[in-house]
Design a binder for this molecule. Sequence first.
Ligand SMILES: Nc1ncnc2c1ncn2[C@@H]1O[C@H](COP(=O)(O)OP(=O)(O)OP(=O)(O)O)[C@@H](O)[C@H]1O
Length: 254
Amino acid sequence: MTILDVKNIVKIYGGSSEEGSTTALGGVSLSVNEGEFIAVMGPSGSGKTTLLNVLSGIDTPTSGEVLIAGQELSEMKGDDLALFRRKKLGFVFQDFNLLDSLTVKENILLPMVLERKTTTEMEAKLDDLASIFEIKSILPKYPYTISGGQQQRTAVSRALVNEPAILFADEPTGNLDSKSSAVIMECFEKIVNELSTTVLLVTHDVFAASYCQKVVFIKDGLIHSYIVKKGSRKEFLNQIMDNLAVLGGKSYDI
Ligand SMILES: Nc1ncnc2c1ncn2[C@@H]1O[C@H](COP(=O)(O)OP(=O)(O)OP(=O)(O)O)[C@@H](O)[C@H]1O
């Protein structure tokens, strides 16, 4: 089943005159199925953040359509869009975005509180996620007392509590050392395999991207190519590097 259907997205920033405007996306089409694990990579300025912002309803495209779980984002406005984003989309950011005044447990449960879920539902969900992410022992702690890797696992748990149709992650390993990056990418693998969660991440990190099943390369606001993992993660990592070399632009984190 298609979860995300992107049809010919164009995003032009700035005025209507050609000199004053920037075409960040020149007509991007993309389809993501339920349970897929996809990375988007490309040189600096290629349009990755713009694409993620448009896909997640943070920004509106100049033209084109974004359908998530069959619903057109541009047809939703204000409260409807905010509600849809809260119920159907999960977000993970480079800098974790946890609330320091709340414990790990409270951070994770916050989206469920906003949805007025029952205590039984919350406890059951918390138990499941804390097991998957191996964070049971840190549930009573505050974010500033735990490691970056633990903070990111907390953030991913929080993004999953309302069972989103798709999880968007923006440079999720950007602030992590290589060991914590491996742990968090294994967590993504686990939720894709065990919970059939759909994950789309944007990254400069070749190592992180090598955990995905598919990597889509964008350049100058257009999809340049994509590759699908067939062999081992190591082979896929080499294949990603070869493709990035063809793409050119800024060097990548390896
Ligand atoms: N708010 C904005 N106003 C005008 N131009 C913008 C705006 N945001 C991005 N751009 C331009 O759109 C193009 C794509 O930018 P975007 O941030 O999407 O690229 P990116 O691939 O995410 O880059 P990076 O890897 O450096 O974060 C760039 O030319 C950028 O300068």
